[in-house]
Design a protein around this ligand. Structure first.
Ligand SMILES: Cc1ncc(COP(=O)(O)O)c(C=O)c1O
Length: 360
């Protein structure tokens, strides 16, 4: 297998071992003479895959029976609406913390379905810090508080879990879930699109506290109702079976590597090394406040933006792919999810030093 080091923000790299397993499984899955994509989702073989994926996911995150785990479609973007349709009445107010592009999108969508209070915003620093929690303007009796623990585009991450008392905490964990251990029982609802640390695009995981399952308004379409999916084992309609199967393989692989304690240690080291390399150089810089830097997505710019194209084409030639920054930010972005090995980050740092030397 010839593989590049893929720093894509998502859909992102999958572990080589998982890809090999898929390749071997595809033509004749478990001796069935069919691939997993060609069997009934309600057959006992696929049901076993679905149940094991959920069990392994629960083990990874230590999720207890107070929570349902749902496997949905529509991406994290659909969750911007689905959370509100289920957790808030139209006349309710939901609090949102705005820390970048994804939380802004969540706010815009929520505003269509209930009152939204932006409790805090980092717009004043172009979203390069996390507003001090002591300054947040929270609504008494808010339906929930929503935040984006990791802003994939800006590379800004919360390194604390907000305290909300009895108000349910809702988090878009698309680009940080499974990167380290998590206290799930601090949350009312967590959602995450799959295409970073979970598996291929097409499946979205929701972890929801069971007392929040009942929709708080009438006429929510069945496929937008958490309760329907909780009651049907996420088989309210035909689920994305292939993505679910691959997610299961990723969970099995992550457990075999030592689970989230092990991933957290590796991811912390990867981030520390890359930020140190950036900070040690006058040629590269990262705009994010030290205490809000993302472990998963590291944006950086060159001192001389006219060199961007050369940096990217040389990186490509060296087998370092997808380092271009988001179009709204420019520069570079290295996304280093679980499937990016520490040695891949070492190679990137070596490449960056060499590029800087060649341009000095
Ligand atoms: C933090 C975050 N939220 C939401 C989304 C949107 O996800 P999707 O395209 O799966 O709807 C993304 C996509 O990258 C993301 O990074």
């Amino acid at each position: 297998m010839s593989r590049v080091l893929n720093f894509s923000p998502g859909p992102a790299a999958l572990p080589d071992a998982v890809l090999e397993r898929i390749r071997n499984d595809i033509p004749d899955w478990q001796g069935s003479g069919m691939s997993v994509m060609e069997v009934s989702h309600r057959g006992k073989d696929f049901m076993a895959v679905a149940e094991k994926a959920e069990a392994d996911f629960r083990t990874l995150l230590g999720i207890n029976d107070d929570y349902s785990v749902l496997f949905l479609q529509g991406g994290a973007t659909l969750q911007f609406a689905m959370t509100v349709l289920n957790l808030a009445q139209p006349s309710d107010t939901a609090d949102y913390v705005q820390t970048g592009s994804w939380s802004k999108k969540a706010i815009a969508e929520a505003s269509r379905f209930c009152n939204v209070n932006v409790a805090a915003s980092s717009a004043d620093s172009s979203h390069t810090h996390i507003p001090d929690a002591a300054t947040w303007q929270l609504t008494k009796d808010a339906a929930f508080l929503h935040y984006t623990p990791n802003e994939t585009i800006g590379g800004v991450e919360f390194h604390f879990i907000p305290k909300t008392g009895s108000v349910p905490l809702v988090a878009d964990m698309s680009s940080t879930i499974l990167s380290r251990p998590l206290e799930v029982n601090r949350f009312g609802l967590i959602y995450a699109g799959a295409q970073k640390n979970i598996g291929p695009a097409g499946i979205t995981i929701v972890i929801i506290r069971k007392d929040l399952l009942e929709p708080r308004r009438d006429n929510v379409p069945t496929l937008l109702t958490y309760k329907a999916f909780a009651e049907s084992g996420s088989m309210t309609n035909t689920p994305p079976t292939f993505a679910w199967y691959v997610a299961g393989l990723v969970f099995e692989h992550t457990l075999a590597l030592g689970g989230l304690d092990a991933m957290g240690k590796i991811n912390a080291r990867k981030a520390r090394k890359l930020y140190a390399a950036i900070d040690d150089s006058d040629f590269y810089s990262n705009p994010v406040a030290q205490d809000a830097r993302s472990w998963m997505n590291v944006p950086f710019v060159l001192a001389e933006p006219s060199l961007d194209a050369d940096f990217l084409s040389r990186a490509d030639a060296a087998g370092l792919a997808n380092l271009k920054g988001h179009r709204s930010v420019g520069g570079m972005r290295a996304s280093m999810y679980n499937a990016m090995p520490e040695s891949g980050v070492d190679t990137l740092i070596e490449f960056m030093r060499e590029f800087e030397r060649s341009r000095a």
